[in-house]
Design a protein. Sequence first.
Length: 96
Amino acid sequence: MRIAPRRRHEIIPGVTTPDPLPDDVAALHALVLTAWAERDAERAEKGRLVEERDQLAGQNDRLRHLLRQMQRMQFGRRSEKRKRSLTPTLHPVRTV
């Protein structure tokens, strides 16, 4: 079955009118089945995209957690003490 292209509206430029529906029951049935198949495909794609979004959101949460941990290690109170203990203290050398 071939669906005719949409016709341009004569009064309002740029507006298209919907295609007239066929009178044949079999053609209408095929048209409905095609519309249902397109709807189901779009729903499946939406489900896949939602799942991917949720997976990426979880990954972002884990990365934010790791980033906070690293920032605490580098900039937190404990890190300042650790830095002081790791840096050697230089004493002036006395010469006699």
